[in-house]
Each structure stands twice: as structure tokens, then as C-alpha cells.
Design a protein around this ligand. Sequence first.
Ligand SMILES: *Cc1c(COP(=O)(O)O)cnc(C)c1O
Length: 437
Amino acid sequence: MMFESTKGTCPEAGFFEAMRRGLAPDGGLYMPVSIPGIDFSEHLSGSELHFAELAADMAQPYLDTELSEERIRSVARDAFNFPLELKEIGQNLYVLELFHGPTLAFKDFGARFMARLFSEQASKAGEKITILVATSGDTGSAVANGFYNVEGVEVCILYPKGRISRLQEMQMATLGGNIRAMEVSGVFDDCQRLVKQAIMDESLRSEIQLSSANSINIARLIPQSFYYAYASLLLQRMKMEMDAPVFSVPSGNFGNLTGGLVAERMGMATSGFIAATNQNSVVPEFLSGGEYRPRKSVPTISNAMDVGDPSNFSRIRYLFGGSDSAIRSALKGYWFDDNHTREAILELHRRTGYLMCPHTATGYLAASAWRKKNGSEKPVVVLGTAHPVKFRDVIEPVTGEPVEVPERLQSCLEGEKQAKELKPEFPDFKKALLKQA
Ligand SMILES: *Cc1c(COP(=O)(O)O)cnc(C)c1O
């Protein structure tokens, strides 16, 4: 499969080239030139539905020119070595829990899959590669954990000193091994600038192979289609006569939702998609007929969705051939403020004992709003994007009860921080990178 830029003004690239570039040379985002149809029927029979096997089958047509089927299967099995759960929380209402991976958020799916593909690419090319990541928090920990102990890849993570949560810092800075954490005495933009400078620096690039792994990488997008198909198939296996599910997706940069749209194009059975946001409501406003007007983000309690200019919206436009009306008929949007979100967490917890993170709660609210408006009994699957424990500072005051901390999280909080301090100056960063090589 070849990949083209959403801007369409640069040459097509194979999967590995698109992955190494991240952003296309014309500034667009990579998308497959056509979306391959998949025959899902074999996953409808059989005694069990295996996520990693389904994932490998879905990945195959994108990677067929790069890796053998056997390597693709091994990448999928290794990347997806943690469970996903579909929990029924109400009448025909489900949460697809995507937070049982190492960093307790759905970003583990994209990060772990991408990490193993970088390793495959490096071994195929017979070289080592250094991945640079600038992070303001969550993405960095998913990427760091995703790459941890992955062969042929060194990772350098830059984060702004004192500006990320302790848990986030410990999840990145205690790993060691092939993961180097650098705390930059500056802000997130300084980190991002250093990464960009390094990638453009000719003399550095002649010494080490560099790439970056930001959220727009195509290798993170593709795996985000797999779990939609998994949930759709699981429901069909449970009740054949039931309508295909509607998916309600807590959204910020809209990478997760774009993954769902890709799964639909691949032939997954679905009755549609609901986009849920917090007060950063650029997309829901557009979907209800307004103009698409990106703006500065505002902080909320669902902070992984605080995005004012969602980068994957250009991919959604691309999927619908640039037609606003086509997008509006395929996607419904709802947004909620922090008070609504807190009330939803409390209401569901009181009524059923089920605890949601604030992001998942916006998806739950959107599912309820959509149902009310449409009087629909169709099954709705809310994507559970993070484990509630990651947001216990928000949740505990709402429910008045402590959130239990899983053991694997405890152990990382007890690890030793190994971050290197760095001034936000490029020559210092360059020296550090060369010393490591
Ligand atoms: C990143 C993130 C989101 C938003 O996902 P997008 O793909 O950016 O739309 C939602 N919830 C959590 C917990 C996240 O980490």
C-alpha cells in the first residue's frame, strides 16, 4: 500500500517512509491512497475472537510491501499483549475499555504498534534509529513505554521541567535502558523546537538516524482502527440479530475517531459515530452547522482533550472528499462542560458502581444525548480512553471515595528518576544526542 499526503502536493510514500517522515514533506498528513476492504466473516465464527489476530489481518494490506505476514503477526502479538474489555453499563450501552495497557490509556495501542514497526524498519535497513519525542505529558509516557526494550531503537524524550504531573514524569523517567528522558528548563514549545531543529540539522543527521514519533504518525493511526472492529465483531457474535453499534468517541485531536472511520471504510459493521468533546468544541460546533473555526484551547478536567485545532480533522476532510455535508451526515457531535462531566461521573457511579475517567464521561454523556434526540435503541459503544486512577485528583472529590491504585502503577512511582537536565539551547541538545550515539 502507498500513502499520500492530505495536501496531495508531494510524492506518495511506502508505509515505512511515511512512518519515518511523520509529517509529509508538503506539511500534510499521510493517508493510504485507498482503504482496503477486509473480509471479517472468519472472525464471526470460531470459538474465540483474538484481538491480535484480527489486528494482524487488518494491518496486513497496509504493510504488505514492507513485511511478511509472519512478521506482521509477530508485531501485533507483541504489541497487543494486554486485554481489552467490553463492559455493559446499561441497556444496550457498553464501554470499550482501552486502558489496560502499560500507561493505562488507549494511546498504548498506537504507541506500542508503532514502536515495533520502527524496530522492524531499523532491522530491515540494518541500522539503529533514534526517536525524538517532545511531550507535554501523556503522549510521552505512552511512547516511552511503547518503545521500552524494543530492539534497534533509542528514544529521547523531552519534557518541560516541573510542568507535567509526577505520575507522567515517573512513567517516562524511571524506565532507563533505551529510553532517555530529558527535562528541559523551559516550556513545551521549547521541547518541540529542539526536536524540530535536531531533525533538520544536516551534520547531526549524518551521524545518527533520527525520526520523531508525534501523534500524527500514520503508524499510530492505523492500529486505532483495530479495536472498533473488535467491538463490532464481539457484539455481532453475542447477538446476531442486533443492529450494528454506534460508537461514541471522547475526542481531542480526533485521531481515535479517525481510526473508527477507517475501520468503517474497511467494512466494519457500524451504525455511525458520535464525537464527544469538552469545552474545546470546535468540531461539534462545525457538525451542527457552524463554521470550522479553530481557536486557542481552554483547560478542562478532561485535559487530554484540550485541543483547539485538532490535527486529524484534515484526515476526516480527506476521507469525505472535502464535503462538509458528507461529514455532517456521518458524524454527530456533542460537547459538555466540566460540571456536566462531574455530574455524569457521580451519577453513573451512584447508580451502577462503574467509575469513568473524565474523558470517557464525555463519551457517556454524548451517548445519552444522542439516544434521547434520536429515540434510538441501537447499541452504543463508548470508548473508554483512560483508567479512572489516572484522574483520581478529579474523581475523588466528586465521588468522595478513594480510587484504587493498580499495583503496576505503584511500582513505577517507587522507581528512580533518571532524567537529564537540559537548557533549552540547541547546541547542548545536539551534544547530548551525539554523546549517546
Ligand atoms: C489522547 C486522549 C484523548 C483524545 O484522543 P484524540 O485521538 O486526540 O481525539 C481522549 N482521552 C484520553 C484519555 C486521551 O489520552
